[in-house]
Design a protein around this ligand. Structure first.
Ligand code: C5P
Length: 311
């Protein structure tokens, strides 16, 4: 396919964070990844990614969670743009501007979200007109969570998390996220999971049927009972304070709680919006989780928010 000529427009894309309602981790594969059976939900904490044609590749970050994100070519958003440009013969670099609301190294796929948003933005900017399915290939090469952030909603994830199937799920879910001061490295948490398992045989990962049933009925209480994360023990082993945060949130009336992805963010499901506000206040006031965010899900994946025509 011959791409349309590059123009001078600006494209802005909003992209959500994710939480894993279930994260079942199989044995370590020969390629170093772990087979997963996961249920993703996209939640209303958003990063905004803006791309515009420029003389060189660059990325600029702002927002209260931007500290610690690389601003060189190792930034996942820059890699996303460069890989798409390479694959489709685009010779014009872009300047990327990211406004961050998603916690960094928090287990909520902040970097992957920015990569997914960049793919969607560059697809529009460069007039590539690639379908979601075509973007998925590039997305999976960038990271296991990137394909899901293109979809959003509530989805099953298989393979290393990159094979995504949208799920029929009812209901709106009210979340409170307790953020940690220090991030956790995803490879370090998987390595700790392997260490704790030692030489024990690990079964292939399988979804819990109860969670899928609860999502079909939209019953938040039942969904909360079946939140599960095989990485949780490893994340708590590396950051023991997470166990106290979980206990405190449940004590303050959360329907359920789970470490989000590889952590260290702890996700609590609340009965409704008012309960979520009460829970956020209780967690903050008690000092157990000084930084909390409320969000709801499911929400759509990376979406073009604004595109100016050529001048
Ligand atoms: O795919 P992504 O780059 O996000 O993964 C980061 C790291 O997390 C991998 O290099 C690997 O160590 C670990 N990981 C894993 N199994 C998965 C996903 C990630 O072991 N399914």
């Amino acid at each position: 396919m011959t791409p349309a000529p590059v123009d001078q427009s600006v494209v802005r894309v909003r992209v959500p964070a994710k939480v894993n309602l279930e994260l079942r981790v199989g044995p370590r594969r020969p390629d170093g990844y772990h087979g997963l059976a996961t249920v993703y939900q996209a939640v209303s904490l958003h990063d905004t990614v803006e791309v515009r044609v420029a003389d060189g590749w660059s990325v600029h970050l702002r927002g209260r969670t931007a500290t610690g994100v690389p601003t060189d070519d190792t930034n996942l958003a820059v890699r996303a743009a460069q890989e798409l440009a390479g694959a489709y013969g685009i010779g014009t670099p872009v300047a990327i501007s990211i406004t961050k609301e998603i916690p960094v190294a928090g287990g909520m796929a902040g970097g992957s979200a920015d990569a997914a948003a960049t793919l969607v933005a560059c697809n529009r900017l460069w007039g590539l007109e690639l379908t979601l399915e075509e973007l998925e290939g590039a997305a999976a090469a960038l990271g296991s969570d990137v394909p899901f952030l293109l979809h959003g909603g509530t989805s099953l994830g298989a393979g290393r998390g990159d094979q995504v199937v949208p799920l029929l799920a009812r209901g709106k879910y009210h979340w409170v996220f307790a953020l940690a001061d220090e991030g956790l490295s995803t490879p370090a948490v998987y390595a700790e999971c392997d260490r704790l398992r030692g030489s024990a045989d690990v079964a292939p990962p399988q979804h819990g049927l109860e969670l899928l049933g609860a999502l079909r009925t939209g019953d938040a209480r039942k969904v909360a009972q079946h939140l599960a994360n095989d990485l949780q023990v490893a994340a708590i082993s590396l950051q023991p304070g997470l166990g106290e945060v979980l206990e405190a949130g449940l004590g303050f009336g959360a329907l359920g709680g789970v470490v989000s992805g590889s952590g260290p963010t702890v996700a609590f499901l609340a009965r409704d919006r008012e309960s979520a506000i009460d829970l956020a206040v209780a967690l903050t006031a008690s000092g157990v989780a000084p930084d909390v965010r409320r969000a709801s899900g499911p929400v759509p994946g990376a979406q073009v928010d604004h595109a100016t025509p050529s001048t």
